[in-house]
Design a protein around this ligand. Structure first.
Ligand SMILES: C[S@@+](CC[C@H](N)C(=O)[O-])C[C@H]1O[C@@H](n2cnc3c(N)ncnc32)[C@H](O)[C@@H]1O
Length: 267
């Protein structure tokens, strides 16, 4: 097993363990909302920027798609062929079941992003990445290499992620700490190793399988994109916490960067 596989396999097992917790809190909610034709979870500020890509009929890949609710939303908004990739068997099973139940034509594939088969290379008009993906990746250059290979010659990459700045601040669950105090490094070379579970939905913690979270700086992310032949054409930062981990930072009202949207295109 390569070094990467040690990490991604551990994370796969941790995500399989986490999914029943998420499903317990959220499963019925997703069934209810997706029973309405045309339902979408995509809201501002993402919505306007997604619409600027003219997704009607476009072939979209969602990497780290989890239970597929964002990809099914894009499909409901008029996207063409939609393929979601995720390493968690249980997340993919949930996505496949819900898409079939509500007749939303998305394909969901269980795979490590680094192992996406070559048959998907040069295929997509848009690769979509949303909150909580990059931190699971043990190598950011190789990750963006894979993303670039999925795009066709005029393809575009869309990312809506948590801002690396927020990684320095305490997460909401940490009590008795000033939420605005910088407590973690920005330049962190080793991953965080965690055994407290990933139930950011039900907000429970449980003794979990070991998982690895990697902190990528803004320059790591930008250079990963640029070095793999993509041109950044849009970058915007927001004071909105989209991670559900930094609500206290947002509530403090100091207008710090908590999320960003980036659009890049094949050169
Ligand atoms: C926080 S979710 C992000 C999905 C979506 N934005 C959401 O909020 O539900 C992170 C997802 O990344 C997936 N993941 C982690 N490492 C991965 C890898 N190496 N390859 C593919 N998927 C991976 C996990 O299984 C999980 O479903």
């Amino acid at each position: 097993m390569s070094n990467f596989k040690n990490y991604t396999e551990a994370n796969r097992e941790a995500w399989n363990e986490a999914m029943p917790h998420h499903q317990k809190s959220n499963g019925d909610k997703w069934d209810k909302v997706f029973s309405k034709p045309g339902f979408s979870v995509i809201i501002e500020p993402e919505l306007s920027l997604i619409n600027s890509l003219n997704i009607e009929g476009q072939k979209i890949a969602h990497v780290c798609c989890n239970n597929g609710v964002e990809l099914m939303s894009l499909k409901n908004m008029g996207a063409g062929e939609c393929v979601g990739f995720d390493i968690s068997d249980k997340a993919i099973q949930e996505a496949q079941a819900r898409a079939a139940r509500f007749d939303i034509a998305c394909e969901f594939i269980q795979t490590d992003i680094y192992d996406i088969p070559e048959q998907y290379h040069d295929e997509f008009d848009i690769v979509y990445i949303s909150i909580g993906c990059l931190g699971w990746m043990p190598g950011i250059q190789r990750f963006f290499g894979k993303i670039a290979s999925l795009l066709n010659e005029s393809g575009e990459l869309f990312i809506h992620e948590s801002h690396p700045f927020s990684e320095m601040l305490p997460a909401d669950e940490l009590e008795n700490v000033d939420p605005m105090k910088i407590i973690e490094p920005y330049f962190k070379k080793d991953p965080y190793i965690d055994n407290d579970g990933i139930d950011y939905i039900g907000k429970t913690s449980y003794p979990s399988k070991t998982m690895y979270w990697f902190v990528w700086t803004l320059s790591d992310i930008l250079m990963g994109i640029i070095d793999n032949g993509l041109k950044v054409r849009h970058f915007s930062e927001y004071p909105d916490d989209i991670s559900t981990q930094h609500g206290k930072n947002q509530a403090a009202g100091l207008d710090i960067p908590l999320s960003y949207i980036l659009i890049a295109e094949k050169e």
